[in-house]
Design a protein around this ligand. Structure first.
Ligand code: ADP
Ligand code: ASP
Ligand code: MG
Length: 443
C-alpha cells in the first residue's frame, strides 16, 4: 500500500465543521496515514488565528499583565471544537490548559506558547480520527544553533512512526537540546509535513489548504488567477521565497531530497487536482511562457558610487563585509562599473543602518552612498523562459505600458527568473501588468 503524508493548514482546521471535512478526506483514502495539523486558523476574514492569540496572550503574561480573558478566549476555541465534534476529551483539554497557564506564568517562552496551538489541535484530531498522537517535541530536533537536525529527526520520526499504523504529528515545532520547545518560522507546519514525508519515505506529500493549488500569482492581487498544474521544486522555491505564501519556502528541501512529489490541494474542494510539485516538468506542461509571479514590499537599496571602483581590488568584499559583520544578509547585488547596489530587507537594515553605513565609509571611502527606502521586488519565474527569447523585453514593455518606473533588474543565473525592483506603490500594478501579458493575452 502507498503511504501519503497529509498536512492540513489553519483554515482547514479552523472549527468543527472544517474538522469533519478533514476527517472525510483522510478516511476516504487509507494511504493517508500520517497527518500533520496546523493550529486553528481564521473562521472568517476578520477572525484571529489561534497562533496569533497565543503570541499576544503570552506577551501580556510575560510582562506580568492580566491575561485571563485572552487565555479564556483561546480555551473557548478548543472547547467549542471538542464539543461540536462530540468528543469526550473536554477534561483532558482543560487539564492541558492549566499546564499551559502555569507555563505562561513561569515564562516558558514565546515559541512554547505558539506551539500549543498545533499541539492541542493534534490531540483533538488524533482523538477524532482514532489515530495515535505523536508529540513533535519527541521526534523533531533542533541543534544549539537553532537549525533543524534533519538526519537525526528523520531517524527518530521513522522509528516512532514504524510502531504505529496511523498517527497525527502536530506541525510547526520541535525541541532544542535542553528540551525547550522551538518553532519554525511562521507557516512552518509545511516544513513538519515535508520532514515526516521524507522520514517515512512517503509516495506523496499532500499539503491541504484553502485554495485549489498554487496560482500563477497571489489571488489577493489578481482576482481568480489561473492555477498552476505542475511546477518544479526550484520554481516553487523561487516563488515561495519571494512571497507566494501558500507554501513555506523551506518546506521544499526535505521532500525534494527524498524525491517525494508534493500536491497542494483544497480542503474545501477536494475534487480539484491542485498543483503537483516535482523535480522536473516538461516545458509544454504549462500553457504560458512563465510559471508564476510573486513579490514583496519592504526592501531598501543601498547604492555606493566611486570612480574607478572596478579597478579597486576587494571593494565589493569590503562593502559586503559591512553588512555581514552586522548580521544583515543581502537579497540582490546589481552592479555597474562605478556603482554597486545592495538590496536588503528594510527592517533588518534599519536596525543596523548607522553601523553599516559607517563601516562602508571607513573601509571603502566612497564618493557617494544613496539609500532608497521604497523598493518592492517582483519575481517572474518560469522554466519556459530559458527557451523563449525576449521574455525580459516583454516584461519591461508591459511595465512601461503600465507606467511603472523600473528601478532594478536582475536575471538569475539559472535563467529561471527575472527579478524587477519597483516603487512600493507600483507593486500591485506591476504584478497585474505582467499577469496580463503572459497569462491573459498569452503572449
Ligand atoms: P494554510 O493555513 O493552509 O497553510 P496559508 O494561508 O499559509 O494557508 O496559504 C494559503 C493562502 O496563500 C491562500 O489563501 C492565498 O491567499 C495565499 N497565496 C499567496 N500567493 C498565492 C499563490 N501564488 N497561489 C495560491 N495562494 C496564494
Ligand atoms: N500556526 C503557525 C502559523 O500560524 C504555523 C502554520 O500555520 O503553519 O504560522
Ligand atoms: Mg501556510
Amino acid at each position: 500500500m502507498q503511504t501519503k503524508v497529509v498536512k492540513f493548514g489553519g483554515s482547514s482546521l479552523a472549527d468543527a465543521h472544517q474538522f469533519v471535512k478533514v476527517a472525510n478526506i483522510i478516511k476516504s483514502d487509507p494511504s493517508r496515514r500520517y497527518v500533520v495539523p496546523s493550529a486553528p486558523g481564521k473562521r472568517f476574514p476578520k477572525d484571529t488565528k489561534v497562533t496569533d492569540m497565543l503570541y499576544a496572550c503570552y506577551d501580556v503574561a510575560a510582562r506580568g499583565g492580566e491575561f485571563s480573558d485572552m487565555f479564556e478566549a483561546i480555551v473557548e476555541r478548543y472547547v467549542q471544537i471538542v464539543k461540536e465534534l462530540g468528543l469526550k476529551i473536554e477534561d483532558r483539554i482543560l487539564r492541558e490548559f492549566s499546564t499551559i497557564r502555569m507555563s505562561f506564568l513561569a515564562r516558558a517562552g514565546r515559541d512554547y506558547a505558539a506551539s500549543r496551538g498545533e499541539y492541542l489541535n493534534g490531540i483533538i484530531l488524533a482523538e477524532y480520527l482514532g489515530f495515535s498522537f505523536v508529540d513533535a517535541a519527541e521526534v523533531i530536533f533542533f541543534g544549539e544553533d537553532g537549525k533543524l537536525k534533519l538526519t537525526e529527526t528523520c531517524k527518530a520520526v521513522k522509528e516512532r512512526l514504524e510502531q504505529v499504523g496511523n498517527a497525527v504529528i502536530p506541525g510547526f515545532y520541535g525541541s532544542m537540546p535542553n528540551d525547550t520547545v522551538k518553532t519554525f518560522s511562521r507557516g512552518g507546519s509545511d516544513i513538519t509535513g515535508s520532514i515526516v514525508a521524507a522520514a517515512v519515505n512517503a509516495d506523496l506529500y499532500e499539503n491541504w489548504t484553502d485554495v485549489s493549488g498554487f496560482f500563477v500569482t497571489d489571488p489577493r492581487i489578481v482576482p481568480d488567477p489561473e492555477p498552476i498544474k505542475t511546477i518544479t521544486y526550484r520554481e516553487l522555491r523561487e516563488l515561495a521565497y519571494m512571497g507566494a505564501g501558500v507554501f513555506h519556502e523551506d518546506a521544499i528541501f526535505p521532500a525534494r531530497q527524498a524525491g517525494i512529489p508534493i500536491n497542494i490541494k483544497n480542503t474545501n474542494r477536494p475534487e480539484d487536482d491542485g498543483t503537483m510539485i516535482t523535480e522536473t516538468a516538461s516545458d509544454d506542461s504549462s500553457p504560458y511562457v512563465i510559471t508564476g509571479i510573486a513579490g514583496k514590499k519592504g526592501f531598501v537599496t543601498v547604492t555606493i558610487e566611486k570612480d574607478m571602483m572596478n579597478a579597486e581590488l576587494g571593494f565589493g568584499r569590503r562593502v559586503l563585509e559591512a553588512f555581514e559583520n552586522n548580521g544583515v544578509s543581502f537579497e540582490h547585488m546589481p552592479s555597474g562599473i562605478d556603482t554597486m547596489s545592495i538590496i536588503v530587507h528594510k527592517d533588518e537594515f534599519e536596525a543596523k543602518e548607522d553601523k553599516i553605513i559607517k563601516a562602508i565609509q571607513t573601509t571603502t571611502n566612497p564618493d557617494k552612498i544613496d539609500i532608497d527606502r521604497d523598493v518592492a521586488l517582483m519575481a517572474v519565474v518560469g522554466r519556459g523562459m530559458r527557451a523563449q527569447r525576449g521574455t525580459a523585453a516583454r516584461i519591461f514593455a508591459a511595465l512601461a505600458h503600465a507606467k511603472v518606473n523600473v528601478k532594478m533588474i536582475d536575471q538569475g543565473s539559472s535563467e529561471l527568473n527575472v527579478i524587477v525592483g519597483v516603487r512600493e506603490e507600483d507593486f500591485e500594478t506591476s504584478v497585474k501588468a505582467v499577469y496580463d501579458i503572459f497569462v491573459v493575452q498569452k503572449l
